[in-house]
Design a binder for this molecule. Structure first.
Ligand code: SF4
Ligand code: SF4
Length: 80
């Protein structure tokens, strides 16, 4: 399993989640429109979920269907 960052992060990117992640698996460059969670490194602790001011982070299995593509988007980001 992993946690996934979905659409609400787009344009926000305040990095509150980065501050609380114990394994530093949330990444994003200045030119990216959102941040992404590396599924290989995420330990599923859930600490990032309440830290996000716009509720953009979900456990993989609770990702709303309308944002289903974000699972792939997060995973693909780390395959570049
Ligand atoms: S669930 Fe934990 S390990 Fe995974 S991204 Fe969030 S804070 Fe980091
Ligand atoms: S806390 Fe939420 S809005 Fe802020 S960077 Fe992380 S996922 Fe994006």
């Amino acid at each position: 399993m992993t946690f996934v960052i979905a659409e609400p992060c787009v344009g926000v990117k305040d990095k509150a989640c980065v501050e609380v992640c114990p394994v530093d698996c949330i990444h994003g460059a200045d030119e990216d429109d959102q941040l992404y969670i590396n599924p290989e490194e995420c330990i599923d602790c859930g600490a990032c979920v309440p830290a996000c001011p716009v509720e953009a982070i979900f456990p993989q299995e609770e990702l709303p269907e309308k944002w289903g593509q974000y699972l792939q988007k997060n995973t693909q980001y780390f395959q570049k």
